[in-house]
Design a protein around this ligand. Structure first.
Ligand code: PEP
Ligand code: MN
Length: 339
Protein backbone atom coordinates (compact mmCIF):
# COMPACT_ATOMS: atom_id res chain seq x y z
CA UNK A 1 0.00 0.00 0.00
CA UNK A 2 1.04 3.57 -0.61
CA UNK A 3 -0.03 5.93 2.16
CA UNK A 4 0.08 9.64 1.38
CA UNK A 5 0.22 11.82 4.50
CA UNK A 6 -1.33 15.29 4.70
CA UNK A 7 0.97 18.34 4.32
CA UNK A 8 2.05 20.05 7.53
CA UNK A 9 1.60 17.13 9.92
CA UNK A 10 3.80 16.99 13.02
CA UNK A 11 6.64 14.51 13.71
CA UNK A 12 4.45 13.02 16.44
CA UNK A 13 1.61 12.38 14.00
CA UNK A 14 4.01 10.83 11.48
CA UNK A 15 5.41 8.55 14.18
CA UNK A 16 1.89 7.48 15.18
CA UNK A 17 1.12 6.36 11.63
CA UNK A 18 4.41 4.49 11.26
CA UNK A 19 3.69 2.72 14.54
CA UNK A 20 0.23 1.70 13.34
CA UNK A 21 1.64 0.39 10.03
CA UNK A 22 4.16 -1.75 11.92
CA UNK A 23 1.44 -2.93 14.29
CA UNK A 24 -0.55 -4.23 11.32
CA UNK A 25 2.43 -6.30 10.18
CA UNK A 26 4.04 -4.10 7.50
CA UNK A 27 7.43 -2.49 7.20
CA UNK A 28 7.09 1.25 6.50
CA UNK A 29 9.35 2.86 3.92
CA UNK A 30 9.30 6.65 4.26
CA UNK A 31 9.69 8.89 1.19
CA UNK A 32 10.05 12.55 2.14
CA UNK A 33 8.96 15.07 -0.52
CA UNK A 34 9.02 18.87 -0.45
CA UNK A 35 5.41 19.29 0.67
CA UNK A 36 4.44 15.91 2.08
CA UNK A 37 5.51 12.49 3.20
CA UNK A 38 4.58 9.30 1.37
CA UNK A 39 4.90 5.92 3.08
CA UNK A 40 5.24 2.65 1.23
CA UNK A 41 4.00 -0.20 3.44
CA UNK A 42 5.87 -3.38 2.59
CA UNK A 43 4.07 -6.65 3.25
CA UNK A 44 1.57 -8.97 1.63
CA UNK A 45 -1.82 -7.26 1.61
CA UNK A 46 -3.54 -10.57 1.06
CA UNK A 47 -2.22 -12.07 4.29
CA UNK A 48 -1.87 -9.01 6.57
CA UNK A 49 -4.53 -6.85 8.14
CA UNK A 50 -5.71 -4.29 5.60
CA UNK A 51 -4.35 -0.73 5.68
CA UNK A 52 -7.38 0.56 3.75
CA UNK A 53 -8.93 1.95 6.93
CA UNK A 54 -5.96 4.19 7.84
CA UNK A 55 -7.61 7.23 6.23
CA UNK A 56 -10.77 6.72 8.25
CA UNK A 57 -8.99 6.01 11.55
CA UNK A 58 -6.50 8.89 11.15
CA UNK A 59 -8.36 11.50 9.05
CA UNK A 60 -6.13 14.42 10.23
CA UNK A 61 -2.95 12.60 9.20
CA UNK A 62 -3.70 10.43 6.16
CA UNK A 63 -4.69 11.93 2.83
CA UNK A 64 -5.07 8.77 0.77
CA UNK A 65 -4.32 5.06 0.72
CA UNK A 66 -3.62 3.32 -2.57
CA UNK A 67 -3.24 -0.41 -3.06
CA UNK A 68 -0.37 -1.61 -5.23
CA UNK A 69 -1.37 -5.27 -5.10
CA UNK A 70 -4.33 -6.86 -6.90
CA UNK A 71 -7.21 -8.21 -4.78
CA UNK A 72 -7.37 -11.41 -6.80
CA UNK A 73 -4.74 -14.08 -6.73
CA UNK A 74 -5.52 -17.37 -8.49
CA UNK A 75 -7.19 -15.80 -11.56
CA UNK A 76 -4.32 -13.39 -12.06
CA UNK A 77 -1.81 -13.79 -14.85
CA UNK A 78 0.93 -13.34 -12.24
CA UNK A 79 -0.15 -16.61 -10.61
CA UNK A 80 -0.07 -18.50 -13.91
CA UNK A 81 1.83 -16.73 -16.72
CA UNK A 82 0.77 -19.22 -19.43
CA UNK A 83 -2.74 -19.22 -20.87
CA UNK A 84 -4.93 -21.79 -19.15
CA UNK A 85 -6.64 -24.33 -21.34
CA UNK A 86 -9.84 -26.17 -20.52
CA UNK A 87 -10.63 -29.66 -21.67
CA UNK A 88 -14.30 -30.01 -22.59
CA UNK A 89 -14.86 -33.54 -23.87
CA UNK A 90 -12.53 -33.76 -26.88
CA UNK A 91 -12.21 -29.97 -27.22
CA UNK A 92 -9.61 -27.74 -25.65
CA UNK A 93 -10.76 -24.18 -25.00
CA UNK A 94 -8.11 -21.48 -24.72
CA UNK A 95 -5.61 -23.19 -27.04
CA UNK A 96 -4.97 -22.53 -30.74
CA UNK A 97 -8.33 -23.77 -31.95
CA UNK A 98 -11.06 -21.16 -31.88
CA UNK A 99 -14.37 -22.52 -30.57
CA UNK A 100 -17.92 -21.66 -31.48
CA UNK A 101 -20.68 -22.44 -28.98
CA UNK A 102 -24.07 -22.10 -30.62
CA UNK A 103 -27.69 -23.01 -30.09
CA UNK A 104 -31.00 -21.61 -28.98
CA UNK A 105 -31.45 -19.20 -26.09
CA UNK A 106 -33.94 -21.68 -24.57
CA UNK A 107 -34.46 -25.36 -25.18
CA UNK A 108 -38.07 -25.44 -26.40
CA UNK A 109 -38.64 -28.89 -27.89
CA UNK A 110 -36.78 -31.95 -29.10
CA UNK A 111 -37.37 -31.01 -32.70
CA UNK A 112 -36.21 -27.40 -32.26
CA UNK A 113 -33.07 -28.42 -30.36
CA UNK A 114 -32.03 -31.31 -32.60
CA UNK A 115 -32.60 -29.33 -35.79
CA UNK A 116 -30.44 -26.52 -34.42
CA UNK A 117 -27.76 -28.87 -33.07
CA UNK A 118 -27.37 -30.70 -36.37
CA UNK A 119 -27.16 -27.42 -38.30
CA UNK A 120 -24.64 -25.70 -36.01
CA UNK A 121 -22.49 -28.82 -35.93
CA UNK A 122 -22.50 -29.01 -39.74
CA UNK A 123 -21.45 -25.35 -39.89
CA UNK A 124 -18.49 -25.97 -37.55
CA UNK A 125 -19.66 -25.36 -33.96
CA UNK A 126 -18.12 -27.57 -31.26
CA UNK A 127 -20.39 -26.77 -28.30
CA UNK A 128 -24.20 -26.67 -28.16
CA UNK A 129 -25.72 -23.95 -26.00
CA UNK A 130 -29.28 -24.05 -24.69
CA UNK A 131 -31.00 -22.81 -21.56
CA UNK A 132 -33.07 -25.31 -19.57
CA UNK A 133 -33.39 -22.97 -16.58
CA UNK A 134 -34.01 -19.42 -17.78
CA UNK A 135 -33.42 -16.30 -15.67
CA UNK A 136 -36.33 -14.25 -17.03
CA UNK A 137 -36.94 -10.65 -16.00
CA UNK A 138 -40.67 -11.28 -15.65
CA UNK A 139 -42.07 -14.25 -13.73
CA UNK A 140 -44.77 -14.54 -16.42
CA UNK A 141 -42.25 -15.26 -19.18
CA UNK A 142 -41.11 -18.76 -20.19
CA UNK A 143 -38.92 -20.10 -17.38
CA UNK A 144 -37.37 -23.01 -19.26
CA UNK A 145 -38.17 -26.70 -19.51
CA UNK A 146 -36.03 -27.53 -16.46
CA UNK A 147 -34.91 -31.13 -16.19
CA UNK A 148 -36.69 -32.06 -19.42
CA UNK A 149 -34.55 -29.45 -21.18
CA UNK A 150 -31.40 -30.96 -19.69
CA UNK A 151 -32.42 -34.39 -20.97
CA UNK A 152 -32.97 -32.99 -24.45
CA UNK A 153 -29.51 -31.41 -24.36
CA UNK A 154 -28.01 -34.78 -23.43
CA UNK A 155 -29.91 -36.37 -26.30
CA UNK A 156 -28.64 -33.74 -28.74
CA UNK A 157 -25.10 -34.33 -27.49
CA UNK A 158 -25.48 -38.05 -28.06
CA UNK A 159 -26.76 -37.55 -31.59
CA UNK A 160 -24.27 -34.89 -32.70
CA UNK A 161 -21.19 -35.30 -30.50
CA UNK A 162 -21.39 -31.62 -29.53
CA UNK A 163 -20.46 -30.71 -25.95
CA UNK A 164 -23.18 -28.94 -23.95
CA UNK A 165 -23.15 -25.60 -22.12
CA UNK A 166 -26.20 -24.71 -20.03
CA UNK A 167 -27.02 -22.32 -17.23
CA UNK A 168 -27.16 -23.16 -13.52
CA UNK A 169 -29.65 -20.89 -11.76
CA UNK A 170 -29.87 -22.31 -8.28
CA UNK A 171 -27.55 -23.99 -5.78
CA UNK A 172 -30.23 -26.67 -5.37
CA UNK A 173 -29.75 -27.72 -8.97
CA UNK A 174 -25.94 -27.83 -8.98
CA UNK A 175 -25.63 -31.61 -8.98
CA UNK A 176 -28.42 -32.12 -11.48
CA UNK A 177 -27.08 -29.59 -13.97
CA UNK A 178 -23.54 -30.94 -13.56
CA UNK A 179 -24.82 -34.39 -14.46
CA UNK A 180 -25.91 -33.15 -17.90
CA UNK A 181 -23.64 -30.20 -18.71
CA UNK A 182 -20.08 -30.24 -20.04
CA UNK A 183 -19.75 -26.55 -19.16
CA UNK A 184 -21.84 -24.86 -16.47
CA UNK A 185 -22.89 -21.33 -17.38
CA UNK A 186 -23.29 -18.79 -14.60
CA UNK A 187 -25.54 -16.09 -15.98
CA UNK A 188 -25.07 -12.34 -15.79
CA UNK A 189 -27.76 -12.00 -13.13
CA UNK A 190 -25.98 -14.46 -10.88
CA UNK A 191 -22.42 -13.30 -11.38
CA UNK A 192 -22.51 -11.77 -7.87
CA UNK A 193 -24.20 -14.81 -6.30
CA UNK A 194 -21.16 -16.08 -4.44
CA UNK A 195 -22.82 -19.12 -2.88
CA UNK A 196 -23.92 -20.23 -6.33
CA UNK A 197 -20.37 -19.69 -7.65
CA UNK A 198 -19.00 -21.89 -4.88
CA UNK A 199 -21.63 -24.59 -5.50
CA UNK A 200 -20.84 -24.51 -9.23
CA UNK A 201 -17.09 -24.68 -8.59
CA UNK A 202 -17.54 -27.70 -6.32
CA UNK A 203 -19.19 -29.73 -9.07
CA UNK A 204 -15.72 -29.85 -10.66
CA UNK A 205 -17.20 -29.01 -14.09
CA UNK A 206 -15.74 -26.29 -16.33
CA UNK A 207 -17.45 -22.99 -15.53
CA UNK A 208 -18.34 -20.19 -17.94
CA UNK A 209 -18.81 -17.05 -15.86
CA UNK A 210 -20.79 -14.32 -17.57
CA UNK A 211 -20.07 -10.72 -16.68
CA UNK A 212 -22.78 -9.16 -14.51
CA UNK A 213 -25.01 -6.48 -16.03
CA UNK A 214 -23.27 -3.73 -14.07
CA UNK A 215 -20.08 -5.50 -13.12
CA UNK A 216 -16.70 -3.81 -13.15
CA UNK A 217 -13.92 -5.96 -14.57
CA UNK A 218 -12.27 -6.15 -11.16
CA UNK A 219 -15.51 -7.48 -9.63
CA UNK A 220 -15.80 -10.01 -12.43
CA UNK A 221 -12.24 -11.21 -11.82
CA UNK A 222 -13.00 -11.47 -8.12
CA UNK A 223 -16.14 -13.48 -8.90
CA UNK A 224 -13.87 -15.77 -10.93
CA UNK A 225 -11.61 -15.98 -7.88
CA UNK A 226 -14.51 -17.71 -6.08
CA UNK A 227 -14.26 -20.52 -8.64
CA UNK A 228 -10.49 -20.96 -8.57
CA UNK A 229 -10.21 -20.58 -4.82
CA UNK A 230 -12.73 -23.42 -4.49
CA UNK A 231 -10.44 -25.88 -6.22
CA UNK A 232 -11.79 -25.54 -9.73
CA UNK A 233 -9.25 -24.17 -12.20
CA UNK A 234 -11.49 -24.69 -15.25
CA UNK A 235 -12.86 -21.19 -15.54
CA UNK A 236 -13.64 -19.16 -18.64
CA UNK A 237 -14.98 -15.62 -18.58
CA UNK A 238 -17.80 -14.57 -20.90
CA UNK A 239 -18.38 -10.93 -21.83
CA UNK A 240 -22.06 -10.43 -22.73
CA UNK A 241 -22.49 -6.68 -22.66
CA UNK A 242 -23.09 -4.29 -19.81
CA UNK A 243 -25.86 -1.78 -19.05
CA UNK A 244 -25.15 1.69 -20.34
CA UNK A 245 -27.24 4.72 -21.35
CA UNK A 246 -27.29 3.53 -24.99
CA UNK A 247 -30.69 2.44 -26.32
CA UNK A 248 -29.86 1.30 -29.87
CA UNK A 249 -28.61 -1.93 -28.37
CA UNK A 250 -29.93 -4.00 -25.43
CA UNK A 251 -26.48 -3.96 -23.80
CA UNK A 252 -23.13 -2.45 -24.70
CA UNK A 253 -20.70 -5.22 -25.64
CA UNK A 254 -17.40 -4.29 -24.02
CA UNK A 255 -14.80 -5.67 -26.41
CA UNK A 256 -12.04 -3.94 -24.45
CA UNK A 257 -12.67 -6.65 -21.87
CA UNK A 258 -10.87 -9.11 -24.16
CA UNK A 259 -7.36 -7.60 -23.99
CA UNK A 260 -7.92 -6.59 -20.37
CA UNK A 261 -8.87 -10.12 -19.29
CA UNK A 262 -5.93 -11.43 -21.31
CA UNK A 263 -3.58 -9.05 -19.49
CA UNK A 264 -4.98 -9.63 -16.04
CA UNK A 265 -5.82 -13.31 -16.20
CA UNK A 266 -4.75 -16.61 -17.70
CA UNK A 267 -8.34 -17.84 -18.11
CA UNK A 268 -9.94 -18.06 -21.57
CA UNK A 269 -12.45 -15.43 -22.65
CA UNK A 270 -15.66 -16.05 -24.58
CA UNK A 271 -17.74 -13.36 -26.27
CA UNK A 272 -21.54 -13.49 -26.42
CA UNK A 273 -22.63 -11.05 -29.12
CA UNK A 274 -26.27 -12.17 -28.82
CA UNK A 275 -27.01 -10.87 -25.31
CA UNK A 276 -24.29 -8.32 -26.12
CA UNK A 277 -26.45 -6.27 -28.49
CA UNK A 278 -29.87 -7.91 -28.39
CA UNK A 279 -29.95 -7.57 -32.19
CA UNK A 280 -29.50 -10.39 -34.69
CA UNK A 281 -28.41 -7.93 -37.41
CA UNK A 282 -25.29 -6.98 -35.41
CA UNK A 283 -24.15 -10.48 -34.51
CA UNK A 284 -21.85 -11.10 -37.51
CA UNK A 285 -20.01 -7.78 -37.14
CA UNK A 286 -19.54 -8.25 -33.40
CA UNK A 287 -18.26 -11.80 -33.85
CA UNK A 288 -15.67 -10.51 -36.31
CA UNK A 289 -14.55 -7.87 -33.85
CA UNK A 290 -14.26 -10.42 -31.06
CA UNK A 291 -12.12 -12.76 -33.17
CA UNK A 292 -9.83 -9.91 -34.21
CA UNK A 293 -9.41 -8.78 -30.61
CA UNK A 294 -8.24 -12.14 -29.34
CA UNK A 295 -11.28 -13.90 -27.90
CA UNK A 296 -10.96 -17.68 -27.45
CA UNK A 297 -14.54 -18.59 -28.30
CA UNK A 298 -17.97 -17.20 -29.21
CA UNK A 299 -21.35 -18.00 -27.66
CA UNK A 300 -24.06 -17.40 -30.26
CA UNK A 301 -27.83 -17.78 -30.06
CA UNK A 302 -29.21 -19.66 -33.05
CA UNK A 303 -32.84 -20.67 -33.65
CA UNK A 304 -34.55 -22.41 -36.57
CA UNK A 305 -37.26 -19.75 -36.50
CA UNK A 306 -36.18 -16.73 -34.44
CA UNK A 307 -39.49 -14.93 -34.95
CA UNK A 308 -41.22 -17.67 -32.98
CA UNK A 309 -38.59 -18.17 -30.29
CA UNK A 310 -39.88 -18.47 -26.70
CA UNK A 311 -37.13 -16.12 -25.48
CA UNK A 312 -34.74 -13.57 -26.99
CA UNK A 313 -36.28 -13.73 -30.47
CA UNK A 314 -34.79 -10.42 -31.62
CA UNK A 315 -31.21 -11.52 -31.11
CA UNK A 316 -31.16 -15.13 -32.30
CA UNK A 317 -29.84 -15.74 -35.78
CA UNK A 318 -31.42 -18.25 -38.17
CA UNK A 319 -29.65 -21.43 -39.25
CA UNK A 320 -28.91 -19.83 -42.62
CA UNK A 321 -27.41 -16.68 -41.12
CA UNK A 322 -25.36 -18.84 -38.76
CA UNK A 323 -23.91 -20.77 -41.70
CA UNK A 324 -23.10 -17.46 -43.43
CA UNK A 325 -21.51 -16.16 -40.22
CA UNK A 326 -19.27 -19.22 -40.03
CA UNK A 327 -18.18 -18.79 -43.64
CA UNK A 328 -17.37 -15.10 -43.10
CA UNK A 329 -15.56 -15.79 -39.85
CA UNK A 330 -13.20 -18.46 -41.15
CA UNK A 331 -10.62 -16.16 -42.82
CA UNK A 332 -10.62 -13.90 -39.77
CA UNK A 333 -10.00 -16.81 -37.42
CA UNK A 334 -6.99 -17.80 -39.54
CA UNK A 335 -5.77 -14.21 -39.73
CA UNK A 336 -5.93 -14.02 -35.94
CA UNK A 337 -3.51 -16.94 -35.80
CA UNK A 338 -6.16 -19.44 -34.71
CA UNK A 339 -7.62 -22.53 -36.33
C1 PEP B 1 -28.43 -16.53 -22.03
O1 PEP B 1 -27.29 -16.93 -22.35
O2 PEP B 1 -29.46 -16.86 -22.63
C2 PEP B 1 -28.55 -15.59 -20.90
C3 PEP B 1 -29.66 -15.49 -20.19
O3 PEP B 1 -27.42 -14.91 -20.68
P1 PEP B 1 -27.08 -13.69 -19.69
O4 PEP B 1 -26.98 -14.29 -18.34
O5 PEP B 1 -25.79 -13.19 -20.23
O6 PEP B 1 -28.20 -12.67 -19.80
MN1 MN C 1 -30.73 -15.51 -24.26
Amino acid sequence: MIIVLKPGISKKQEAAILKEIRKRGYKPHVMRGVARVVVGAIGDELTHQSLETLGVVFPEIVESVMPVQKRYKFVSRAAHPQNSTIQVRENIIGAKKFHIMAGPCSVESEQQLLKTAVAVKAAGATVLRGGAFKPRTSPYEFQGLGKKGLRLLAKARKETGLAVVTELLSENHAEMVAEYADIIQIGARNAHNFQLLIAAARTGKPIMLKRGLAMKIEEWLLAGEYILSNDNCNLMFCERGIRTFETYTRNTLDLAAIPIIKQESHCPIVIDPSQGAGRADLVIAMCKGAVAMGADALLIEVHPNPAEAWSDGTQQVSLEIFAQLMRELRPLILAAGRE
